[in-house]
Design a protein around this ligand. Structure first.
Ligand SMILES: CCCCCCCCCCCCC/C=C/[C@@H](O)[C@H](CO)NC(=O)CCCCCCCCCCCCCCC
Ligand SMILES: Nc1ncnc2c1ncn2[C@@H]1O[C@H](COP(=O)(O)OP(=O)(O)OP(=O)(O)O)[C@@H](O)[C@H]1O
Ligand SMILES: [Ca+2]
Length: 544
């Protein structure tokens, strides 16, 4: 790294030890100055004692002159002057300073910063430096504040929507107890809306919200809430730019606001697959430091009519049936998916139809790669010079047809439905699971929870695609495809007509990021758009 000119350097007291503290445009570092007489009790205050990974750029070396630490300026959350008198009043957190030290260093300031903890978790940590003079203390506070103000990617005003009914119905509590205090610490002003009904956030964003006042929007909830935000923002942007959403060929205009997710849902796959963990504090800290990550958005059409956008899973067959069944059991909370998953596994329905897809031949990388794409760990993608290939058509009987635009990693399956899917490459991984025995399907499902390859089975195939279409076999006319009206009627008719069909219904439903689509025949196009999530790392993908 290029050597940066020093902005400030002083000898300051940290707990009972003297440190050489230095600030440049990139790093704040503090290094213990060796003294003959070592401090007797308490140990120096250092936040990384208990085996944590170090923050970005942080080093802790123990050379001749003692321990040294560093934190990236981009991961400093706040700095504030401290009332030393109140600090030394024992609040259980700070130890009383020896009389000699407080007398000599009566001024202090505290720096709050991101500490990288275990398994992708981030935590907020504090370090307090004591100064000899008030002017020096103020100079440090002012200089660090100036550095933070210069970080233009950080949000200052956020519009927050809380779904009080998502997941375990803890959205409001999670926000008030874990997130709001961090936003206050980082001087972020918020306008908070607790939603009163489904689609409240979507409609407010689409029509009413004064978006100019905000640097980003935040949803506290699950994948369904995130989907509401995407629909509200994307629809508004297309309307404002005269883009016809009903045309499958139209290019989406990216919107300028970023969306942050505070996970408080049942699956939280969008948060988990991007950040690596579904942890509200981690997400809040990513939002504060202004991290961003573009992501793929698939638009789903039926007969030249726009249905929905999808950013994670479009699933027909197994995941569609699990969702349809689980919606009636919302009262069970997140456990509804396990219950309906078990039930759907036992019913073992397959669905006949035709899948046509346009393979993504102009990129390197396949769904069978061993690489993992999370924000911050992005594998660079390369454009191949020439685009070749046309549509491919596969007919068959499928237990599941899944299109994963990202890995879809979640606590149930930490590697996800398609572990090597990229976040922002304009493709989706199309996974076809053909009719097989219950035992084999169970083996396939179990592999989502282990290191074994779920695609390495002769009834499973996976293709990285730019577009795909699905037409169910018993699709007689387009008007007939309103599932809610015709699904049941067709089911009984087909069972009468095809006694060997094991009573599999003609249609399943599409699970589109946790919402049921009203049609079985769909056309899907995938594009990369900079709908940045605020809760991500800063590294941008080489998106196409
Ligand atoms: C035997 C254990 C096998 C476990 C296999 C686990 C694979 C789990 C893969 C999860 C993929 C989630 C994709 C994300 C979808 C989200 O856009 C959506 C909205 O939040 N969530 C769901 O649709 C929620 C979908 C939830 C699906 C849960 C499926 C549970 C299957 C349980 C099968 C039990 C068989 C037991 C036989 C003895
Ligand atoms: N105030 C509300 N009352 C009822 N439903 C709401 C309200 N606000 C939002 N919703 C709807 O609740 C549904 C579920 O929300 P959410 O995605 O937050 O939780 P989840 O379904 O439990 O989690 P996941 O999607 O991660 O599985 C969404 O479809 C959303 O439209
Ligand atoms: Ca993708």
């Amino acid at each position: 790294m290029e050597k940066q000119p020093r902005l400030l350097a002083s000898q300051l007291l940290l707990k009972n030890s003297l440190f050489e503290v230095s600030l440049n445009r990139v790093l704040l570092t503090w290094k213990e100055i060796a003294t003959k007489k070592k401090r007797v009790s308490g140990g120096i205050h250092h936040p990384f004692k208990v085996g944590f990974c170090f923050p970005k750029f942080l080093r802790r070396d123990k050379g001749e002159s003692g321990t040294s630490h560093g934190v990236s300026v981009s991961e400093i959350l706040a700095v504030r002057e401290l009332d030393v008198d109140s600090e030394t009043k024992d609040d259980g957190r700070w130890q009383k300073m020896p009389q000699k030290s407080t007398e000599a260093y009566p001024y202090a300031f505290t720096v709050s910063y991101v500490e990288r903890a275990w398994q992708h978790r981030w935590r907020c940590s504090d370090v307090t430096f004591h100064c000899l003079e008030g002017a020096l203390c103020q100079q440090w506070v002012q200089t660090i504040r100036e550095q933070l103000t210069a970080l233009t990617s950080r949000p200052k005003h956020l519009l927050v929507y809380i779904n009080p009914y998502g997941g375990k119905q803890q959205g409001e509590r999670i926000y008030e107890q874990k997130v709001a205090p961090l936003f206050t610490l980082a001087s972020i002003s918020t306008h908070v809306i607790v939603t009163e009904h489904a689609n409240h956030a979507r409609d407010h964003l689409r029509t009413e919200a004064e978006l100019k006042k905000y640097d980003g929007v935040v949803c506290v909830g699950g994948d369904g809430m995130f989907s509401e935000m995407v629909h509200g923002l994307v629809s508004r942007t297309q309307r404002d730019n005269g883009v016809d959403q009903n045309s499958p060929e139209e290019k989406l205009v990216p919107c300028t606001l970023r969306i942050g997710i505070i996970p408080a849902g049942s699956t939280d796959c969008i948060c988990y697959a991007t950040v690596g963990i579904n942890d509200p504090v981690t997400s809040a800290l990513h939002i504060i430091v202004g991290d961003a990550q573009p992501m793929d958005v698939c638009s789903v059409h039926h007969n030249n009519t726009f249905l929905r956008y999808s950013v994670s899973l479009l699933g027909y067959g197994f995941y569609g049936d699990v969702l349809a069944d689980s919606e009636r059991k919302r009262w069970m909370g997140p456990a509804r998916y396990d219950f309906s998953g078990f039930k759907t596994f036992l019913t073992h329905h397959y669905y006949e139809g035709t899948v046509s897809f346009l393979p993504a031949t102009d990129i390197l990388g396949t769904p069978r790669d061993k690489t993992r794409c999370r924000a911050g760990y992005h594998q660079p993608l390369f454009l191949l010079p020439e685009y070749k290939g046309g549509w491919r058509v596969i007919r068959g009987k499928f237990l599941a047809i899944n299109a994963a635009s990202m890995s879809c990693a979640c606590p149930r399956s930490p590697k996800g439905l398609s572990p090597a899917a990229h976040l922002a490459d304009g493709t989706t991984d199309l996974i076809l699971v053909r009719k097989c025995s219950r035992f084999n399907f169970l083996r396939h499902l179990l592999r989502h929870t282990s290191k074994y390859d779920q695609f390495d089975m002769n009834f499973v195939e996976v293709h990285r695609v730019r577009r795909f279409r699905f037409t169910p076999r018993y699709c007689q006319s387009d008007s007939e495809l309103d599932l809610r009206e015709n699904g049941k009627r067709l089911f009984s008719q087909i069972c009468r007509d095809h006694p060997a069909c094991s009573c599999s219904p003609a249609y399943s439903s599409w699970n589109c990021d946790g919402e049921i689509l009203p049609h079985a025949a769909i056309e899907v196009g995938c594009v990369t758009t900079p709908y940045n999530l605020l809760c991500k790392y800063t590294v941008h993908s080489e998106s196409i």
